[in-house]
Ligand binder design. Structure first.
Ligand SMILES: Cc1cc2nc3c(=O)[nH]c(=O)nc-3n(C[C@H](O)[C@H](O)[C@H](O)COP(=O)(O)OP(=O)(O)OC[C@H]3O[C@@H](n4cnc5c(N)ncnc54)[C@H](O)[C@@H]3O)c2cc1C
Length: 415
């Protein structure tokens, strides 16, 4: 087989939220820069709206666009998968056998959904009342099931961290619970998580406990979903450190799959022992290879894996990549910012924003534990616009997040 070696100043692996934003920002800053963007996907997805799709509030068709229509002008799109990283040789190898040599590499390959790690799940997903907002194909089925449920038991599960949008498993839960409440339906809702609390940041977790109590949801901590029997409608969990198994019958089951770094990263010298791509959590640079940077869901940075984090990380990567290429300029640092718009009811959102170490950093000087209609509007209308029309075109938009203090008392929850 004849293979070709492509040579580019910057190679970007993955044309998702992170890769497209980095390519567009680099081009906007340095129009002459020679960039290759490598991704074999046909479509690009606006994944944050899948929660709304699963809650019956958004059209799934509006979350997908053809990837080729989003490639920034002047950027070379190589529609292939990267099969191997060879950072010692400043090279990646593609699925067709071609190689791409680079001066600087940006790894933005997202994460991998490990559906297969839950026994019986793949066979039953999309039928037998088993759904997941974590895939374009299934998010509409979530709403189909919820809107047809007349009573019974609804289970919502969360896998071990890290996952993308750690709040998404409970967003599905609250939208469903609100629907059951509004329609006077007697559905017992249960939430299962391996973790010890509803959220990793105690400031928000305490407010979410009130949401859980309001809807009469039963939260099961220390529980990991390990098997699903679709035809019999049962879910099996391992509980606690001794992994005792318990089985629960359901009428509806919303599953969030276990997640890990893409296999191509796990088996590469870029990964650390966890399998994720190792980067300095502030500069987003590989500790082993000075000309390699990583951002988005695929890295070891201990922030919440969100598009909001990508929006904050992109200017840091772009600044540090240009600095590396020119040998001059200041270093940029990422503070761990992420945002998680928690859909606590149909029409209201608790906008959880925070940085590294759980520091609460809202964009607005309002108590973020209070769900607001304005934030629903922000999520449903403004953020999709910001994403498609600004961020993916290299304009990350306004950044007002700041450390702010709020009263210790947790506000009452009103849906
Ligand atoms: C249900 C759900 C709800 C969410 N809600 C929110 C929210 O409310 N707010 C928020 O900010 N974020 C939310 N997110 C998270 C957000 O969508 C992700 O954090 C974001 O998309 C990460 O961007 P990324 O570029 O790292 O990965 P992605 O956007 O997933 O893109 C990864 C890209 O890499 C490509 N790729 C993978 N492997 C290779 C390879 N070997 N070679 C070449 N290319 C490769 C893929 O084809 C893909 O195009 C949500 C996600 C889900 C699933």
């Amino acid at each position: 087989m004849t293979t070709t070696t492509h040579r580019h100043t910057v190679a970007i692996v993955g044309a998702g939220a992170a890769g497209l934003t980095a390519a567009a920002m680099l081009k906007r800053t340095r129009p002459d820069l020679d960039i290759a963007l490598i991704d074999s996907a046909t479509y690009h997805y606006y994944q944050p709206a899948w929660t709304l799709v699963g809650g019956g509030c958004y059209d799934i068709g509006r979350t997908r666009r053809e990837l080729r229509t989003l490639i920034p002008q002047g950027v070379r799109h190589l529609a292939e998968r990267v099969e191997q990283f060879e950072p010692e040789h400043n090279r990646v190898v593609l699925g067709n056998g071609d190689a791409v040599e680079y001066q600087v590499l940006i790894v933005a390959a997202g994460l991998q959904l490990d559906w297969h790690k839950i026994e019986g799940l793949k066979e039953t997903l999309g039928k037998n009342g088993v759904s997941s907002n974590y895939a374009y194909e299934y998010a509409p089925y979530t709403w189909q099931c919820i809107s047809q449920l007349k009573g019974g038991v609804a289970l919502f599960t969360q896998p071990a961290m890290p996952i993308k949008c750690a709040g998404a498993p409970q967003k599905a839960l609250y939208l469903a619970a609100d629907h059951f409440r509004r329609n006077g339906l007697s559905v017992q809702s249960h939430f299962y998580t391996p973790g010890p609390a509803m959220f990793s940041v105690p400031f928000y977790a305490q407010a979410l406990d009130k949401v859980v109590a309001h809807y009469g949801i039963t939260a099961h901590f220390g529980h990991t979903l390990v098997a699903v029997d679709g035809p019999r409608r049962t879910a099996t969990f391992e509980v606690g450190p001794d992994k005792q198994r318990v089985t629960q019958a359901f009428d509806f089951l919303h599953v969030v799959p276990p997640q890990s770094a893409p296999d191509v990263i796990k088996r590469s010298p870029l990964a650390d022992a966890s399998g994720w791509m190792a980067v300095d959590k502030f500069t987003l640079q590989s500790p082993k290879y000075d000309n390699v940077f990583g951002f988005g869901d695929c890295t070891t940075t201990p922030n919440s894996k969100t598009a909001a984090a990508v929006r904050a990380q992109a200017p840091v990567v772009v600044t540090n990549v240009l600095r590396r290429l020119s040998g001059s300029g200041g270093e940029a640092r990422y503070d761990g910012y992420a945002s998680c718009p928690l859909t606590t009811s149909r029409g209201k959102i608790m906008l959880a924003e925070f940085c590294y170490d759980g520091v609460v950093t809202p964009s607005f000087p309002l108590d973020p534990r209070i769900p607001r209609r304005s934030y629903w509007w922000l999520k449903k209308h403004y953020l999709p616009y910001l994403y498609w029309e600004q961020m993916l075109r290299g304009r990350p938009g306004p950044d007002w997040h700041a450390k702010r203090e709020f009263p210790a008392q947790v506000p009452t929850f009103e849906p």
